[in-house]
Design a binder for this molecule. Sequence first.
Ligand SMILES: NC(=O)c1ccc[n+]([C@@H]2O[C@H](COP(=O)([O-])OP(=O)(O)OC[C@H]3O[C@@H](n4cnc5c(N)ncnc54)[C@H](OP(=O)(O)O)[C@@H]3O)[C@@H](O)[C@H]2O)c1
Length: 236
Amino acid sequence: MTAEQKVAIITGASQGIGAALVSAYRDRNYRVVATARTVEPSDDPDVISVAGDIADPKTADRVISEALAKFGRVDTLVNNAGIFIAKPFTDYTKEDYAAVVAVNVGGFFHITQLAIGEMAKRGRGHVVQITTSLVDHPNSNVPSVLASLTKGGLSAATKSLAIEYAQKGVRVNAVSPGIIKTPMHGPETYEFLEKLHPVGRMGSIGDIVDAVLYLETAEFVTGEILHVDGGQAAGH
Ligand SMILES: NC(=O)c1ccc[n+]([C@@H]2O[C@H](COP(=O)([O-])OP(=O)(O)OC[C@H]3O[C@@H](n4cnc5c(N)ncnc54)[C@H](OP(=O)(O)O)[C@@H]3O)[C@@H](O)[C@H]2O)c1
């Protein structure tokens, strides 16, 4: 443990892309604060697990307080927690709307406000959102306006924050994935989902982790929405 070790906060860290990001940042010698509702305590002294609902501002308070109390700094925030409910527009319930907005937008807003405040104090930091390729090319076979509404908001906010903080040493980027093999999708859907990508396959968790790590080290890149989608953003 050294004072120079950087600290990354990963939301949605209990499984899928988030869990892999925890390992990837540890491999790069970052200390990590991992948060999700069901995140397990870690044996690694350089990982703090904070269990909580990211939609609740109190979870954001606890994550940032623990990061500062135990590790003394916040260098990176990866806003990875998210939920996806695909339905025809008029089938969405009020509960669907409330849940998706609370996690995807509220879960971004509360913790980012606190994290970026800490980064700006030190004049250095990086925030990355995980959005979705559906923001740029909705698909009639996968109606999901709540994903567009919320992740589209994150995409716009990424550029807005990148500009607001460009002179304050804080970079803000996003990764826009195609469909990735994570617990979000059952194997029975793979055959349908792989055909949605020009390259003819779904993405792997490693494809998204590599993109986040690229952005982490790309000091001249801010406000970028990095498409990692097997060619979807280019066309079909
Ligand atoms: N997989 C894809 O095809 C795909 C495509 C485009 C974008 N994405 C985005 O990539 C991100 C990660 O996706 P994934 O596929 O790895 O998803 P996943 O396997 O379903 O994992 C989602 C993570 O978010 C956490 N989470 C969900 N609701 C939460 C809440 N209320 N409070 C705190 N944490 C919560 C979950 O933890 P708990 O349940 O323990 O709380 C879990 O760790 C998401 O933002 C997703 O929208 C995924």
